[in-house]
Design a protein. Structure first.
Ligand code: WTA
Length: 660
């Protein structure tokens, strides 16, 4: 398989482009008038969308207040409840019997929630959390697998006005504790565990470990019984979900919150060692995530079945699992398991079973399926699929074409092909942007393999050079956002200075995304990966510095340097170079020990694929580690110009060792 990023680098012009079929274009939710309207009156456009996708308790009086830039206020004066919009109003409109969630458990168990049932479940959870002392503005840490209770918990928080902070279940106890502490969470909602590849995998012990040391702010831990593995019980803190939530009342009146009321914090990796708590507020976030789901996926809520494979621990699982589908009244599939269990066709079995029409996943998953072979999806009827989305990292044209030909053109298990394969929508956005920023409109755009293409209507994207000047067609530079957008982050929790410094100091008056990008000759956008110390492993953001800090914190490590090396399946892989302390012994044991140490401190996803013990790191005379050279070695390339190193022989030795 061709390597993801080098293909992009080498690709100067993509000749292929696929327009929508006449039928698709004629029935599309969004046509070209979206662009015209947004161009003519950007704020007016967003005001219209805000009133279209949400039912406001009190209408807003001002669309955007940018007087306190870079902290925006959107839909000022408006009052709204996100959970009411995701739930009650659909029931009130007579759609209570529509399926909200088809849940497919890791062991093949299933549960279906209609909108009426999900509304009742969220009301119970809201009552239960309130009875445990959670009030508007309090923070709730959520550490759950991909089960409906995750969405129920998030919506219950939104209903009360409590701020959820979801911590991905793959993060360690240490990572959970630091997030609990940073947000001063009052309640933790977790589960005994889930299953990974058919085997029980626990979550509750990590919560116990996280809360073992005193000095935390947690008053209660609510535990969902999921895999029924035995768990320790702390009488003072722990309550079973079944005891407090299932017994609570089904009556709960939603309170309208200010449009700018905090909705959630989601921690993400930055260029320093400490994860940033990205803060999103209510009105703008919901408006843009709901509007973009509708447009980018051509969502027809009455007939479509939507499935986003992202975990709720990531932003995609927030915007495009917990909120936007429900706000739009859509029917969605939620899957607890992994794509290889019980067999490598499970995803396609689920698509066939529920007649999924809109599928949203990550390039790394597509590349994994490519590796497994097309015979697997060819064995299922995927004819229901209408739109295929991708997110999280650049998608190489080969994977894009495979997605289109093998998944999007499948017209049944008999090998027939659709005349018009499902359009592919590559969506670029970030935890910070809250929702899609660059994405095609499937009924309008002629999509090109590998390109995310155009800014979403009403979004001002640009690519600039070092000096902040726009570059021309055929040129590359830094991706920036020129105007505030509704679902933009409102800050970093507890650190306003870091917010300004990270995103707003690089270019005057522009949001700096941290991504490199280029325009092709047609003016379409291509994403080229991060330009900072953030790595992207299987679509998950990891910080070079955070992993380095973790390694250096190990008592056998003197120094460490970490790079993201290209990987054909995961996009990038973590490679660490470490110098051991004098007394420590080299060998297999130390490598395993260090990998496990990072796994414990941050989480299994951060474990380096390779740890290479080196006698010295390549440093300039001023002591700066030249990671660029380490990346060359890690990727098995000829090492670049090492002449500025204090000792150029260091790199020769590392490159040799790397080849062994
Ligand atoms: C990368 C995920 C290329 C990018 C929603 C960004 C992408 C980071 C794409 C954000 C895409 C996301 N094409 N790169 N379609 N989507 N990225 O915060 O580097 O987990 O800055 O949000 O992922 O990752 P995050």
């Amino acid at each position: 398989m061709t390597d993801a990023t080098s293909t992009l680098d080498n690709l100067m012009h993509e000749e292929r482009a696929f327009g929508p079929s006449a039928d698709f274009a004629a029935n599309a939710v969004a046509d070209a008038s979206r662009y015209e309207r947004a161009k003519a009156d950007r704020l007016g456009y967003w005001a219209d969308r805000a009133r279209e996708v949400l039912t406001w308790d009190t209408d807003f009086t001002e669309t955007l207040d940018w007087s306190d830039a870079p902290v925006a206020k959107w839909f000022v004066g408006g009052k709204v409840n996100a959970a009411y919009n995701a739930l009650d109003r659909h029931v009130e409109a007579g759609n209570g019997d529509r399926v909200a969630i088809y849940f497919e458990g890791a062991l093949g168990d299933t549960t279906t929630y209609t909108y009426a049932e999900l509304t009742a479940a969220v009301k119970k959870a809201a009552n239960a959390f309130e009875s445990l002392g959670v009030a508007k503005g309090d923070r709730v840490a959520v550490y759950l697998p991909m089960i409906p209770e995750a969405v129920i918990t998030m919506l219950a928080c939104a209903r009360i006005g409590a701020v959820h902070s979801v911590v991905f279940g793959g993060f360690s106890a240490d990572a959970l504790r630091s997030r609990i502490d940073d947000a001063e969470a009052k309640l933790v909602v977790t589960a005994d565990g889930t299953w990974r590849r058919g085997k029980p995998s626990s979550l509750k012990p990590a919560v116990d470990a996280a809360l073992a040391a005193p000095g935390h702010t947690v008053e209660n831990v609510v535990v969902v019984k999921r895999n029924s593995e035995p768990t320790e019980w702390n009488d003072g803190l722990d309550k079973w979900w079944n005891d407090v939530v299932l017994t609570a009342s089904e009556d709960h009146a939603p309170v309208a919150h200010d449009s700018e009321h905090p909705l959630f914090i989601l921690y993400t990796s930055g260029t320093t060692g400490k994860p940033k708590g990205i803060l999103h507020t209510t009105g703008g976030y919901i408006v843009q995530s709901a509007a973009t789901l509708k447009d980018t996926f051509d969502l027809h809520p009455e007939t479509d079945v939507y499935w986003c494979t992202a975990d709720v621990g990531w932003v995609t699982g927030h915007s495009y699992v917990a909120y936007a589908p429900l706000v739009n009244g859509a029917t969605q599939v939620m899957f607890e398991g992994t794509p290889d269990t019980p067999h490598q066709g499970i995803w396609w079995e689920i698509v066939e079973k529920y007649k999924v029409s809109l599928l949203y996943t990550a390039p790394t998953a597509i590349r994994t399926c490519m590796k497994w072979g097309r015979e697997i999806p060819d064995g299922y009827d995927l004819s229901s699929l209408r739109v295929l989305g991708t997110v999280g990292e650049p998608i190489n044209p080969e994977a894009w074409m495979w997605y289109r030909d093998v998944i999007g053109a499948n017209a049944g298990k008999n090998g027939e092909k659709k005349e018009h394969p499902a359009p592919i929508v590559d969506t670029w956005w970030q935890t910070e942007t809250g929702s899609h920023m660059i994405a095609p409109l499937p009924g309008v755009t002629h999509t090109k393999p590998g390109s995310a293409q155009v800014a979403v209507p009403g979004i001002s994207i640009d690519i600039v050079d070092e000096m902040g000047e726009s570059v021309g067609d055929g040129e590359g530079g830094y991706l920036v956002i020129r105007d505030p957008w509704p679902s933009m982050l409102r800050g970093i929790w507890g650190d306003p200075e870091r917010f300004k410094e990270t995103y707003w100091s690089r270019f005057d008056g522009m949001y700096f995304a941290g991504d490199g990008a280029k325009y092709d000759e047609d003016g379409d956008l291509w994403l080229l990966g991060r330009v900072d110390d953030v790595m992207n492993v299987s679509g998950h953001r990891l910080s070079t510095t955070e992993i380095e800090s973790s390694l250096v914190a190990h008592d056998k490590v003197a120094e460490a340097a970490v790079v993201g090396a290209k990987d054909a399946t995961t996009g990038e892989a973590v490679v660490a170079f470490v110098i051991l302390r004098g007394s420590a012994e080299e060998g297999e044991d130390i490598v395993t020990e260090l990998r496990n140490h990072v796994g414990k401190q941050i989480g299994p996803i951060a474990k380096p694929r390779h740890v290479l013990v080196v006698p010295e790191l390549p440093k300039t005379r001023s002591g700066k580690i030249m990671r660029r050279l380490l990346k060359d070695a890690a990727e098995g390339r000829e090492v670049g110009d090492a002449s500025t190193l204090a000792d150029p022989s260091v790199m020769t030795k590392i490159a040799e060792d790397m080849r062994k």
